[in-house]
Design a protein around this ligand. Structure first.
Ligand code: ATP
Ligand code: MG
Length: 411
């Protein structure tokens, strides 16, 4: 599976282990000259994800961010776990940089972990790991590990030191900016901070695939806007509601977005009335690409995103994919191109879009569906099939009449 989504149950276990959070990031630290920009983005996105909590402060300290708030660390950890770019999160306690204070905090954390997870066990493997980034501290890391361990071990007879395979690991981070004690690391979603790699326009349908494709694009740092083709009255308002709900689901992972809802019925009717039935679906898709790329150009989106995957349906043969893409003025990215359906479903369930995708509401592509769609489409044939249409005018009208919604709503 391409992604590890933190499990909210696991995160809830972080409660009571600290008053703040240490938020770490990997990949963005590798980006050389761009590093400052990436960090700033991550900082902004983190602040935005935590903005509903009271009195949040985010401090950037060499390769990590420290978050303080009045809110319990477990709740903040769940929110931070939806910020792309975050590699791991710990609930942490800030202490004075002296052995007694560190030892006391470490002892309290170990007590809580043993009580929660290891009750009744006579042997629990344990280690202390210190990171002495503040070289003013008189002891070496190894000496510190010994001193802190020595304060904890006598209190809990079940603990046995295991450097290679500990079940409970207390970590101490000693830096010039402060000292932190923590004992669990929870995985973040990884990837790059949203908005750090540019803007993209995702073709969002009511199906399972396109929300997952949108999510994977956000994960690679794109700020994703959405365009959906809506064939009212051939499909009803429940189709529109479903799309809006799906964007709301995706907004848990990205602070802001725009949804363009394009009236598509006149174009589908024209294709039905004037073009060969076998090319209908391919021509719908070509019209979508044309309109979407016009909207992308206007809104400074550099690429289109679709949920297409090779061989999934007749319109996704290699031939038809290229006939469809030929109608776009901007590059088309397809994050799911090699995914099996089950892989997409598994990811949809993890990211929280699957349930909405399963709501009953027809998509515009089912409108006037031909019995025998072309499988090996040809560009010349598609051009000939489109010949009778005044596509420039049809597409211009569709763009002009597009409804635009902002998420979150603008007041
Ligand atoms: P499913 O999960 O059922 O495959 P789907 O949305 O992927 O749903 P496809 O027929 O496979 O349906 O469509 C391929 C791609 O075309 C979608 O992933 C989406 O990006 C785009 N698309 C299809 N219909 C629409 C629509 N009504 N509005 C916007 N994009 C659409
Ligand atoms: Mg699909």
């Amino acid at each position: 599976m391409p992604s590890d989504i933190p499990n909210p149950e696991e995160l809830s276990k972080a409660s009571h282990l600290g008053t703040g959070l240490i938020v770490r990031y990997h990949e963005i630290a590798l980006k050389g000259g761009n590093r400052a920009m990436f960090e700033k983005r991550l900082d902004q996105n983190l602040q935005s994800a935590l903005s509903s909590f009271s009195r949040v402060s985010v401090r950037r300290i060499r390769g990590r961010m420290l978050v303080q708030s009045d809110t319990p660390a477990s709740r903040m950890a769940s929110a931070a776990a939806k910020v792309f770019g975050v590699s791991s999160i710990s609930a942490a306690v800030e202490t004075e940089p002296d052995l007694d204070a560190i030892g006391e905090s470490a002892r309290a954390q170990v007590g809580k972990i043993l009580e929660r997870h290891y009750q009744g066990r006579d042997l629990v493997r344990f280690r202390v790991t210190s990171n002495r980034a503040d070289k003013r501290f008189p002891l070496s890391s190894t000496e510190m590990n010994g001193q802190i361990g020595g304060r904890i071990l006598p209190e809990f007879p079940c603990l046995k030191v295991s450097l290679n395979d500990p079940e409970v690991e207390v970590e101490v981070d000693l830096r010039p900016e402060g000292t932190w004690v923590f004992s669990e690391r929870f995985r973040g979603p990884g990837g790059l901070p949203v908005s750090s790699t540019g803007r993209a326009l995702s073709l969002l349908s009511g199906g399972i695939d396109s929300p997952v494709a949108s999510w994977l694009s956000m994960k690679r740092g794109m700020r994703v806007d959405f365009v959906s083709f809506y064939s009212f009255p051939h499909v009803g308002p429940q189709t529109r509601d479903k799309i809006i709900r799906q964007v709301e689901n995706l907004m848990k992972w990205q602070p802001r977005a725009m949804l363009h809802i394009v009236p598509f019925a006149p174009i589908q009717e024209a294709i039905r009335d004037f073009c060969p039935a076998t090319y209908r679906t391919v021509l719908y898709r070509r019209a979508m690409q044309r309109i979407a790329s016009k909207i992308a150009k206007r809104t400074k989106c550099k690429v289109l995103i679709t949920g297409e995957s090779v061989g999934q349906v007749a319109s996704q043969t290699l031939n038809n994919l290229s006939v469809i893409e030929e109608a776009s003025y901007v590059p088309v990215l397809r994050p799911l191109i090699t995914f099996d359906k089950q892989e997409t479903i598994d990811l949809a369930q993890k990211i929280g879009t699957f349930e909405t995708s399963n709501l009953p509401a027809p998509d515009c592509c089912t409108v006037f569906q031909p019995e025998h769609p072309v499988i090996y489409g040809q560009i010349e044939e598609a051009h000939a099939a489109e010949g009778p249409l005044d596509l420039d005018s049809l597409c211009a009208t569709a763009v002009r009449e597009t409804e635009r919604l902002h998420f979150p709503e603008r007041s």
